[in-house]
Every structure is written in structure tokens, then in C-alpha cells.
Design a protein around this ligand. Structure first.
Ligand SMILES: [Ca+2]
Ligand SMILES: [Ca+2]
Length: 230
């Protein structure tokens, strides 16, 4: 064999072997990358699956909470309706139909009957009681203001304040049995027990409005009944 051809053959053989080695290394590296990618994909899928499951769970819990809140609201409304129906039934039983139609909601917690006929304080008490109410007791400035806005400026009106049965001329509300303490609306100089027999309280016309005043219980004047709702 020619020497030149022998050298060429040797070089070609070495080059072929080197190429094979490079190709084998490259194939092995690609396999690792593919395996890694698949593993990442699996983890990504698992992670998304977990996220979805958690979202669905949170949504279910939220729906359950909303359902419970709705059920509680429905129960409360039902209870209020039942209470109102009971109140209404009681009220219809005790207050006569003719008076019931004239009751006015002037102040929260009570309804009021404002008379146009005139009676003594005792007969006014009797009228209110026989209709399931009491002669009005005025515990607060707001209640007093509400009545002042409504009653006629030119008339006296009995309210339930009195000293009857009191040893020390201390006024109390006969409608509730409570002493008249805290809020008071007497004009200056009242109660003055003029003539020595002013034992019952009324609204007395004064300066386009009214003030509290003591008068003889026998005087026939208008009156205010109160129906406490609580
Ligand atoms: Ca009252
Ligand atoms: Ca007086």
C-alpha cells in the first residue's frame, strides 16, 4: 500500500471514532433535559391541581357561610313578623276598635290617643284604662316635644302626673307608678297648688305652646292616653 494512502486511512479512522464519541455524549445530555422538563411539568400540573382544589374548597366554605347568614336573616324576619302579629293581636283585644283607629304614633315605643271630649282627671284615667291604655306619662323631652307638636294650642290636656296618695306632695306618674324625676316641664312658679286643691297635672296653654301645670282634678278638660308597646 502506498504510504500516503495509509496515512489518510489512519486519519479517517480516528476522526470517525471521535465523531461517534461526541454523538454519544450529546444524546445522553438531551435525555437528561427531557427528563427534567417532564418532571417540572408533572409538578406544575400537581401544583395547579392543588390550587384549583383549594379554590373550590374556599368557594364551597364561602357559599356555606352565605347560606348560614341567609338562614339566620330569614329566621330573624320570621320572628319579627310573629312578634308583630302577637302584638297586633294583643292590641286589638285590649283597645276598642273606635279608639284604636285614632291612635297616633307620635314617639317611638308608644301610641297616643288625644281626646276631643272633656273629662275630669279621674274619668280620663278610667277612660284610658277601659280602652287598654293609661293616662300619658311623659318621661323624656323628646316625648314631651312630640306631644306639644300635636295637641291643640288652645286646650288644656290631662296627663297622668298627680300627688294623690302621696304624703309629701311629691308628684308621680299614675300611668307608670314612677316618681317625676329627671325631665320636668313646669313653667316658673308651677306647680303652685293654687287654692290648695291642685293635685293633678295637665298641659296648660302658654305662649302658643304648653307647659306643665297642676290643677284641681275635678276640672273637665281634654286628655291624652298612652299605649306603651314594649
Ligand atoms: Ca311615656
Ligand atoms: Ca297650678
Amino acid at each position: 500500500m502506498d504510504l500516503t494512502i495509509l496515512i489518510l486511512l489512519t486519519l479517517a479512522t480516528q476522526s470517525f471514532a471521535a465523531n461517534n464519541q461526541v454523538q454519544n455524549q450529546s444524546t445522553s445530555s438531551c435525555g437528561s433535559v427531557v427528563a427534567l422538563s417532564e418532571e417540572l411539568c408533572d409538578k406544575k400540573v400537581q401544583l395547579n391541581k392543588l390550587l384549583c382544589e383549594n379554590q373550590i374548597k374556599a368557594q364551597r366554605e364561602s357559599e356555606e357561610q352565605q347560606k348560614q347568614i341567609c338562614e339566620q336573616r330569614i329566621q330573624q324576619v320570621n320572628q319579627q313578623c310573629r312578634d308583630n302579629a302577637t302584638k297586633s293581636a294583643t292590641y286589638e283585644k285590649t283597645v276598642s276598635a273606635s279608639v284604636s283607629r285614632e291612635l297616633q304614633s307620635l314617639h317611638p315605643g308608644s301610641k297616643y290617643f288625644i281626646s276631643t271630649e272633656k273629662l275630669s282627671w279621674h274619668f280620663a284615667v278610667k277612660f284610658c284604662k277601659s280602652n287598654g291604655m293609661e293616662l300619658a306619662s311623659i318621661e323624656t323631652e323628646a316625648e314631651n316635644r312630640a306631644l306639644l307638636r300635636t295637641i291643640s294650642q288652645q286646650y288644656y290636656y290631662w296627663i297622668s302626673g298627680t300627688i294623690l296618695g302621696s304624703n309629701n306632695r311629691k308628684f308621680y306618674w299614675a300611668g307608670t307608678g314612677q316618681d317625676i324625676e329627671g325631665f320636668k316641664f313646669f313653667s316658673r312658679g308651677e306647680p303652685n297648688n293654687q287654692g290648695g286643691n291642685e293635685n293633678c297635672l295637665n298641659f296648660k296653654p302658654s305662649g302658643g305652646s304648653h307647659i306643665w301645670n297642676d290643677s284641681p282634678c275635678e276640672s273637665p278638660i281634654r286628655f291624652i292616653c298612652e299605649l306603651e308597646l314594649n
